[in-house]
Design a protein around this ligand. Structure first.
Ligand code: PRP
Ligand code: ADE
Length: 250
């Protein structure tokens, strides 16, 4: 049922420290700590064995995932004080500028999802406006799932559900078309970054409003210090983490 006035206002913490600097040069993210992916995927091909006709083992899949995440991390850039003072902006766009890292991303997410959910696949992948649209559809195809966009307010035609939210550097509204998810469908929400978790929380609320069964969330990058995952009540999986001491160095 359409309820354009429905809204939520999650209580979140925000990054409000101001470095006082106005420059926006990219800086290296080579210090991103690497997660230790523990994978257990038995039915997928891998460049570390299965692609040669051998079954993927947990070890071979872990090795592949570790290698993929290293290349992805090296592709990230950071811009201090963008879009506002005190924000260290994580730029994921270089991943997509290079077909090798783009391919690595989709493969890493696929492996990550399969190991995280024990081979259980979603019916629907929901991607968040706008950077979740860059890889959500590709991941959905890999998982043989549908893709549904959560968009910023005013972009989707027809009946919609609406949720307000706060994010690391602002406030906004998300919308989902009211017929986009059927009751009981298994839904995976994907986005590039979890910072405060406000955006993801709002998207999860919309999915649940439509009767979807929320399997969890997958992000490329987590800004650990903002503890966004604490806001979410479904499993959270991230490929990379960052910014443990970001602002002290900006
Ligand atoms: O965890 P949070 O504090 O909510 O922040 C994370 C969100 O912020 C960014 O989106 P943004 O709204 O800047 O939009 P864009 O993808 O259109 O650039 C990012 O892509 C996430 O969606
Ligand atoms: N620091 C950050 N960099 C890029 N995208 C973000 N979304 C929220 N916080 C962000």
């Amino acid at each position: 049922m359409t309820d354009p006035n429905s809204s939520i206002s999650p209580s979140i913490q925000s990054q409000a420290q101001d470095s006082g600097s106005s420059h926006q040069h990219p800086i290296s993210t080579s210090s991103h700590p690497q997660r230790d992916p523990t994978v257990n995927v038995g039915d997928h091909s891998s460049s570390h064995g299965a692609s040669r006709g051998e079954p993927a083992t947990a070890a071979s899949t872990a090795a592949e995932l570790a290698s993929l995440t290293i290349s992805l991390r090296s592709a990230l850039r950071q811009f201090p004080d963008f879009p506002s003072p005190g924000i260290l902006f994580e730029d994921i766009m270089p991943i997509f500028a290079n077909p090798t890292t783009h391919t690595s991303l989709i493969r890493a997410l696929e492996l990550h999802v399969l190991q995280a959910f024990g081979g259980s696949k979603p019916d629907i992948v929901v991607g968040l406006d706008a950077r979740g649209f860059l890889f959500g559809p590709s991941l959905a195809l890999r998982l043989n799932a549908g893709f549904v966009p959560v968009r910023k307010r005013g972009k989707l035609p027809g009946p919609t559900e609406t949720a307000s939210y706060k994010k690391e550097y602002g406030e906004d509204f998300f919308q989902l078309q009211s017929d986009a998810i059927k009751t009981g469908q298994k839904v995976l929400i994907v986005d590039d970054i979890i910072a405060t978790g406000g955006s993801a929380y709002a998207a999860g609320s919309l999915v649940k409003t439509l009767g979807g069964s929320l399997m969890g969330y997958v992000f490329i990058l987590e800004l650990d210090f903002l503890k966004g995952r604490d806001l979410l009540d479904a499993p959270v999986y991230t490929l990379l983490s960052s910014q443990e001491s970001a602002l002290s160095s900006s």
